[in-house]
Design a protein. Structure first.
Length: 431
């Protein structure tokens, strides 16, 4: 096989042309070397305004020296501009990468790194008053080594064209409404395009919850309701992800703690219930204390069940001390922690104090009863101190809550004794 036959064979094995908004992207042999070129759509190449935009983009790539912009030169003949040639680098479109390796989206860090680099590139362009406007995967290039994003031409260079839909034919879904309507464009227009790109990246798999909420705001029809810039948008993703992990870790700790407490009480031997008197004819009264601590939580009582927070609870990650502090500062958890304390301590207090009012305890001497009562108080206050450490409630506040619960429990238990029996001191037998 001679050299020309080898080149023809290689050219025959080349993939099909990739369709971009402005033309066809492929590799072409020029001066015995293969170059990346974009063959322009004839309908666009015939437009003087479009060709003027190409020259502006060529000048931007030459003068701005912004990393991530692809320098190119224009090929012209008697009919005008018909093609542009990449001057350096080896690229493929993001769409080609996703087609050949769809699993790369699930690769750890790929989407985050891609959006971070692309967002930074857009921010640098915005500083110069340049806007991309269309971020379809076919309009984004990546380097073959490292998959670093790169851009070729920019939508703001073609705003002079009356029919913007012609420029983005087939890719309108990736363009903000105000762009297609010929309205004013700014950074929010690129925020919309970036949101549509994220949707496309996750079109074949589940989108993480932090991206769902951000994309919803980024692709709002009204530009005023979107993020102000790509940097603000991507910062929101990081914030929501950190909050989600912190909430999940805290929720997991609460569930584990509750499970351990349940197991502890479940493994305790059950006490047989002994009534003091027959109680025939007496109407049984509902225990208000039990009702208070058996009330089922609702969404408005527990911030862990808030719908907006639940959207993030689909993964658990490590939580540092700084994240715990941010979490405690960012949500109003005092009320929730008090409810947890009240419920757990209330259950312990009721079980502990109920033992003092059993038949065998009520039949003991007053001295013995007071001694056991003191031991019970010491046990409960020690448990209150432990709960103070677990929930983060200050010791003084925990002691105050514990005292209120103990007083309330004793009142209810004494009321039951008054109704169903009498607590008496055992008297010595008369000799």
């Amino acid at each position: 096989m001679n050299y020309e036959e080898m080149l023809k064979a290689r050219e025959g094995m080349m993939p099909n042309k990739e369709q971009l908004p402005m033309g066809s992207f492929y590799k072409k042999q020029i001066d015995r070397k293969y170059r990346f070129v974009v063959e322009l759509k004839p309908t666009l190449a015939d437009s003087l305004l479009f060709c003027d935009g190409l020259r502006r983009d060529q000048q931007i790539a030459d003068e701005q020296q912004i990393e991530g912009l692809i320098p190119f030169k224009l090929h012209e003949d008697s009919g005008g501009v018909y093609e542009l040639e990449f001057l350096s680098g080896s690229y493929l479109t993001l769409n080609q990468l996703l087609y050949s390796n769809p699993a790369i989206v699930a690769q750890r860090g790929f989407v985050d790194d891609l959006l971070k680099d692309l967002g930074g590139l857009l921010e640098r362009l915005h500083e110069q008053g340049i806007y991309q406007l269309c971020l379809a995967p076919q309009n984004i290039f990546v380097t073959k080594s490292g998959y670093n994003p790169a851009l070729l031409c920019h939508g703001s260079s073609y705003r002079g064209m009356k029919n913007q839909s012609e420029l983005y034919d087939g890719f309108q879904n990736f363009v903000a409404p105000e762009v297609l309507d010929g309205g004013e464009v700014d950074a929010r227009s690129d925020v919309y395009a970036l949101g549509r790109l994220i949707e496309q990246l996750y079109s074949n798999g589940p989108m993480p919850s932090e991206y769902k909420l951000v994309v919803k705001k980024a692709t709002a029809e009204d530009p005023a309701k979107r993020y102000g810039s790509p940097l603000e948008m991507l910062s929101a993703v990081v914030t929501k992800r950190t909050t989600k992990r912190s909430l999940m870790t805290l929720a997991g700790a609460v569930v584990v703690g509750a499970l351990l407490v349940w197991l502890f009480f479940d493994l305790l031997p059950e006490k047989a219930h002994v009534e003091f008197v027959d109680g025939k004819g007496l109407k049984e009264e509902k225990d208000p204390f039990a009702e208070e601590y058996e009330t089922e939580y609702t969404d408005d009582m527990d911030p862990y069940l808030d719908p907006e927070i639940v959207a993030f609870l689909d993964s658990i990650g490590p939580m540092s001390d700084d994240e715990v502090k941010k979490l405690s500062d960012s949500i109003n958890s005092v009320q929730t922690l008090e409810r947890i304390f009240n419920r757990r301590f209330g259950e312990r207090a009721k079980k502990t104090l109920s033992k003092l009012y059993e038949d065998e305890q009520l039949g003991s001497s007053e001295t013995e009863f007071m001694g056991k009562s003191g031991q019970a108080m010491d046990e409960l206050m020690e448990y209150a101190r432990k709960l103070s450490e677990e929930t983060g409630i200050p010791v003084d506040q925990a002691n105050s809550l514990a005292s209120q619960i103990i007083s309330r429990t004793q009142t209810e238990l004494q009321k039951n004794v008054t109704q169903y029996g009498a607590m008496t001191e055992t008297q010595p037998d008369n000799e």
